[in-house]
Design a protein around this ligand. Structure first.
Ligand code: KIV
Length: 279
């Protein structure tokens, strides 16, 4: 159990205060070492349930469990110092009732030391968002392409591409903000719709495949680092770590086979025995 309070971290009110200001920089993170590297450059780290695909090779996020989220959430809290840490509620851990959501979200906060949780869904989740925020659990909303809904949507499809869909998504965002969500992720939706939602709601919108006008942006770290085999069109690769890792493994293999590694500097030698002082 950790439940640590670190007052140097970015707080939920500080995130809310950035509405309409300098864009919020957000990335996902699932483990301590990358959290430590990324933390100085971001305002918010999301321990997303995308870890099911990225870390565990699953095809969707549906198999991710609360225990997996807690283990990775605690690792990211331990690896970071400055960013606000948000942990995703996995499929099946919050949809049934506000009390189910409170029970599981309280476990996430207590056992990871994170500051907030994220859950997917618009108006239908407003009652739960209100219930949690009234009881000390800050909630980030998530609308547009909601991957936990993949079977209903019929795939990972961008939303709001037809203008007839806009009104419902705008109401979703308004309902989440009014229920007390401190920010809302807008995933894979028409840019014009993301612009309208951002202008209309009182809390920051965080875009991923949405619009540059959002109050902040988030990407899956492994995608933007060039580690993912396939990325959606909204991803920009800011590094090519995948190629670097493969290159490093190849070079290591060459040196091991040629007995060039380990060299003298990578091996231990016996210490020469100290002479007993003569009395
Ligand atoms: O799980 C995740 O990584 C997310 C982001 C894509 C916003 O929800």
């Amino acid at each position: 159990m950790s439940a640590q309070v670190n007052i140097k971290r970015t707080s939920v009110p500080q995130i809310i205060a950035r509405k309409g200001g300098e864009p919020l920089v957000c990335l996902t993170s699932y483990h301590a070492h990358t959290a430590r590297l990324i933390d100085p450059y971001v305002d918010l780290l999301l321990v997303g349930d995308s870890l099911g695909m990225v870390m565990y090779g699953m095809e969707t996020t549906l198999g991710v469990t609360l225990d997996m989220m807690i283990a990775h959430g605690a690792a990211v809290v331990r690896g970071s110092q400055k960013a606000l840490i948000v942990v995703d509620m996995p499929f099946g851990s919050y949809e049934e009732s506000p009390t189910q959501a409170f029970h599981n979200a309280a476990r996430v906060l207590k056992e990871t030391g994170c500051q907030a949780i994220k859950l997917e869904g618009g108006s239908r989740m407003a009652e739960t968002v209100h219930y949690l925020t009234q009881r000390g659990i800050p909630v980030m909303g998530h609308i547009g392409l909601t991957p936990q809904n993949v079977n209903v949507l019929g795939g990972f499809k961008a939303q709001g591409l037809a203008q007839e869909e806009w009104a419902a998504l705008q109401i979703d965002a308004q309902d989440l903000a009014q229920a007390g969500a401190f920010s809302i992720v807008l995933e894979a939706m028409a840019a014009g719709l993301a612009d309208k939602i951002t202008a209309a709601v009182s809390v920051p919108t965080i875009g991923i495949g949405a619009s540059a006008a959002c109050d902040g942006q988030i990407l899956v770290s492994e995608d933007m680092l060039g580690l993912s085999p396939k990325v959606p069109r909204f991803v920009k690769e800011f590094a090519t770590l995948g190629a670097q890792i493969a290159g490093a493994a190849e070079a290591y293999g060459r040196e091991v086979r040629a007995r060039r590694f380990p060299s003298a500097e990578n091996t231990y030698t016996t210490k020469s025995k100290k002479k007993e002082p003569t009395k």
